[in-house]
Design a protein around this ligand. Structure first.
Ligand code: FMN
Length: 185
């Protein structure tokens, strides 16, 4: 089994989303000691932004990497009310007409076969189901749905900048992660 693990936090070892995505990967590794993990650190080693030089490049290896993964694990901290630009650069590279989606007379169709995908979403504030959450997790789910990925589990840790909420929020996210895993990955 192959797992694609993406982190996008710029906070290094202090990052909560990095801790939590590691927790998800550990669940899969425990179930399959031969698990192949492909890791991309989009926070510390960002991909180049879209430019004329790389626009619409056919056969981008990032697309093959995505399509060949059985499981996708995405660390998605909130920066300035949406996902980190490092993660956005990855999205810009893998969302490509004719490769990961196509337009038909019935509307757009995703070309990435569905696979289990985990979004680990962290934020300093707590936004619940407000429009700000839509700009963050909702945006990411929309793009993944667009390219064909619908089997999505979301683990959120909110209120991380609020001292009275931080620890409980991380513990709740860990609990949710474990209960999803116990129900079967
Ligand atoms: C550059 C930057 C921008 C941020 N913008 C927001 C924001 O708009 N809203 C918010 O609630 N938290 C914001 N935060 C707080 C982060 O969401 C919070 O630190 C979270 O833990 C980030 O995930 P991480 O620990 O995995 O990096 C920001 C943090 C940074 C570093």
């Amino acid at each position: 089994m192959k797992l694609l693990h993406l982190d996008s936090s710029i906070l290094g070892d202090a990052s909560v989303s990095r801790q939590l995505t590691r927790g998800v990967v550990d669940v899969y590794r425990a179930a399959d000691p031969k698990l192949e993990v492909v890791y991309r650190d989009l926070g510390s080693e960002p991909l180049p932004h879209l430019s004329p030089a790389n626009l619409g490049r056919d056969g981008d290896p990032l697309i093959e990497e995505l399509k060949s993964a059985d499981v996708l694990v995405i660390g998605a901290p909130m920066y300035n009310f949406t996902i980190a630009s490092g993660l956005k650069s990855w999205i810009d590279r893998v969302t490509l007409a004719g490769k990961t989606f196509k337009y038909t007379d019935k509307g757009p169709v995703g070309l990435v076969p569905d696979r289990k995908t985990w979004i680990v979403a962290t934020s300093g504030g707590a936004y619940g189901d407000t429009p700000i959450a839509t700009m963050h997790v909702g945006y990411l789910k929309t793009v993944l749905n667009f390219i064909g990925i619908r089997d999505i589990e979301v683990v959120r840790a909110e209120g991380l900048a609020l001292p009275e909420r931080r620890d409980a929020s991380i513990a709740a996210a860990r609990g949710r992660l474990q209960s999803i895993a116990a129900a079967g990955t």
